[in-house]
Design a protein around this ligand. Structure first.
Ligand code: 13P
Length: 287
């Protein structure tokens, strides 16, 4: 059964670890992440961008697939199915389809409009027991067509949004979606600390988890980050393992072209990446 992300994140914040959000693209991705969470006795959040939602044939198809896999694979660890960087309309649609958690990314609106729309969604999600992530200060880079400038969030604006009663808050602290450029300035821990001081118990969310050095991840967790999003890193490990299989000519040997064989190395690579992140984030055995 899908659960809201509230309880797992409240526990993570209090226990000084973070729960990973891993974005899904298809059945292999979803199965790999769910099995790894179960094997490591870790809570997990499956992220779905609006673009990935379209790609997979709509939100109903995703809810059906995820619920079916949870049942078929005997997954007993807490799993939240979460809309990533959603629009207001996307949030309503995913709630309707049966998602257990949504992000409303109002960071590109004025703070007044962001507050207004987030407030409406707080009302809708809290009535249904669904967790809600809000965003202040856009995340840099591009993810599925959502482009952000990479701002450092204003702590007072973070407090204003946190006070609305959202479940978790994504605040830009110099993080970027995708791979980090050579000249990246790093995360702003000063900003994170100021945000944490003003938002108290609120679980903070670190987007752009791919490529952030381990020491920065650990420091961010010590300063209140309780959810870390990883997307590109699973894509890269899947692609590298698939490339290796094809370049070794294995698809041409015997029945190596069978999709269950062809996609197996990439599937195992996603599992290894997710396990590594769960260990780094400290969520192993926290289910
Ligand atoms: P990366 O693709 O950089 O890991 O970021 C993922 C993310 O933040 C999803 O919202």
């Amino acid at each position: 059964m899908l659960v809201s992300a509230k309880e797992m994140l409240t526990k993570a914040k209090a226990g000084k670890y973070a729960v990973g959000q891993f974005n899904i693209n298809n059945l292999e991705w979803t199965k790999a992440i769910l099995l790894t969470a179960q094997e490591n006795n870790s809570p997990v959040i499956l992220g779905v961008s609006e673009g990935a939602g379209k790609y997979m044939g709509g939100y109903d198809a995703i809810v059906g697939m995820v619920n079916g896999l949870i049942k078929g694979l005997n997954i007993t660890v807490p799993v939240a199915l979460h809309l990533d960087h959603g629009s207001y309309e996307g949030a309503l649609k995913t709630i309707e389809a049966g998602f257990s958690s949504v992000m409303f990314d109002g960071s590109h609106y004025s703070i007044e409009e962001n507050i207004e729309k987030t407030k409406e969604l707080v009302k809708i999600t809290s009535e249904k027991g669904i967790s809600l992530e809000a965003e202040v200060g856009s995340i840099g880079g591009e993810e599925d067509g959502v482009v952000g400038a990479g701002e450092i969030a204003d702590p007072q604006e973070c407090k204003a949004i946190a006070d609305l009663g959202v479940t978790m808050l994504a605040a830009g602290i110099g993080n970027i979606h995708g791979q980090y450029p050579e000249n990246w300035a790093g995360l702003s821990f000063e900003a994170l600390d100021n945000i944490q001081k003003l938002t108290g118990d609120m679980p903070l969310v670190l987007h752009g988890g791919t490529g952030i050095p381990e020491d920065m991840i650990k420091k961010a967790i010590s300063l209140g980050v309780a959810k870390i999003n990883v997307n590109t890193e699973c894509q890269l490990s899947f692609a590298a393992a698939t490339r290796e299989y094809i370049e070794a000519g294995k698809d041409l040997q015997g029945k190596g072209f069978d999709p269950r064989k062809l996609l197996a190395p990439g599937f195992e690579a996603i599992k290894a990446t997710v396990k590594e992140k769960m260990e780094l984030f400290g969520s192993v055995n926290k289910a």
